[in-house]
Design a protein around this ligand. Structure first.
Ligand code: FA5
Length: 339
């Protein structure tokens, strides 16, 4: 390489490496390629004065150098480009700043875990069941034959081209599935997601969580059911909470009740959420209908049982003072950060 070009290469490569900011780099670039006084511009302009035999080699070398230096400037600009003027280049060995606090469990998961612990201590096993159910387990086996008007109380989402499949409307199908699998005696709870075709409001969502519980044994009575539910209500909300049971029709229990606890949002005074009653319905319950035991291949003369279904989402509303159920699935991080 021509010595003049070699000198420019060595000196300018050092200048490019030394540049710590975009501004310094722009100065090097200008000194090299500036239109009027740029070093390489002047060299290339001087080509025409060179003798014919030198012009070709010198021109080729000068152009190669121009490409090489332009490329190095671009590479250096990518490195220093993101940095503030005057700041040091990125130091990979620098220790990390403290990482902001990680997330927390969703309030429904928290209440579900609390209940799982409470029921496990009473000897219930914890089971899981399918969210995509079939008509038999969701309705038929639970004493809702086809065309039974009680099906209208739980409309849901059906699967196109598979009319027997539906999104489960409650966790009760697991009563039959579990009894078929494990037989009697059995005590189990099943927390899980349920779906209903609802006109949503402050208390109703199309997707919500329930926690099913059932116990099948010899001579199970309504008193056992009441005792277990009261123990759970006190564990969750304290000894002061009042629970009331009112008759309610469910085809799969006989007798059936709706269970309500003091509305914590208004402390029993009456509000929008409890519809001014001072109580909020949080579960359905009753003694398991013999037809359900038979559908689960259990001898209904020998065994009896109780079952209940808690609205987990409603419990979380009560416990944490949440006034609108639609917040749970809103994805609002300000809401979630509070738990
Ligand atoms: C049932 O779903 C019955 N499977 C419960 C049951 C189990 C009764 C075992 C008897 C024996 P119900 O439709 O009432 O019942 O719902 C139970 C609870 O789920 C309600 O008390 C309520 O807290 C909650 N729930 C029901 N629908 C919704 C909804 N759309 N949004 C939020 N929570 C709901």
């Amino acid at each position: 390489m021509n010595t003049e070009l070699k000198d420019i290469q060595d000196r300018e490569e050092r200048a490019i490496k030394k540049a710590k900011t975009v501004k310094e780099l722009a100065e090097v670039e200008l000194s090299l390629f500036g239109r009027k006084q740029g070093l390489l511009t002047t060299v290339l302009k001087s080509l025409k004065d060179k003798p014919e035999h030198e012009r070709r080699t010198f021109g080729a070398q000068a152009n190669t150098l121009k490409t090489r230096l332009t490329q190095q400037i671009e590479e250096r600009r990518a490195i220093v480009g993101g940095l503030e003027e005057g700041s040091e280049p990125f130091d990979l060995s620098e220790p990390l700043l403290p990482i902001p606090a990680t997330g927390s469990l969703h309030p429904v998961t928290q209440i579900s875990e609390e209940l799982e612990e409470c029921f496990s201590a009473m000897g219930f096993r914890v089971l899981d069941g399918p969210e995509l159910e079939n008509d038999f387990y969701n309705f038929e086996a639970l004493n809702h034959p086809a065309d039974h008007p009680a099906r209208d109380m739980q409309d849901t989402f059906y699967i196109k081209d598979a009319p027997a499949l539906l999104m489960r409307t409650h966790t009760s199908p697991m009563q039959v599935r579990a009894l078929r699998q494990y037989g009697a005696p059995l005590a189990a709870i099943v927390p899980g997601r349920c779906f209903r075709n609802e006109a949503t409001d402050a208390r109703h969502e199309h997707t919500f969580h329930q926690l099913e519980g059932f116990l099948v044994d010899a001579d199970v009575s309504f008193a056992h059911l009441k005792g277990v539910l009261e123990a759970v209500a006190h564990q969750l909300f304290g000894e002061m909470v009042r629970m009331r049971l009112r008759p309610k029709y469910y085809p799969f229990v006989e007798p059936g009740v709706s269970g309500e606890v003091t509305c914590m949002l208004c402390e029993g005074k009456g509000c929008r959420v409890c519809k001014q009653t001072g109580f909020l319905e949080v579960f359905g319950a009753g003694l398991i209908h013999p037809n359900v035991l038979r559908a689960a291949d259990i001898n209904a003369r020998r065994w009896s049982g109780f079952a209940f279904g808690f609205g987990l989402t409603r419990l979380a509303m009560l416990k944490y003072g949440i006034t609108d159920v639609r917040l749970f699935h809103s994805g609002d991080s300000d809401f979630l950060k509070q738990f």
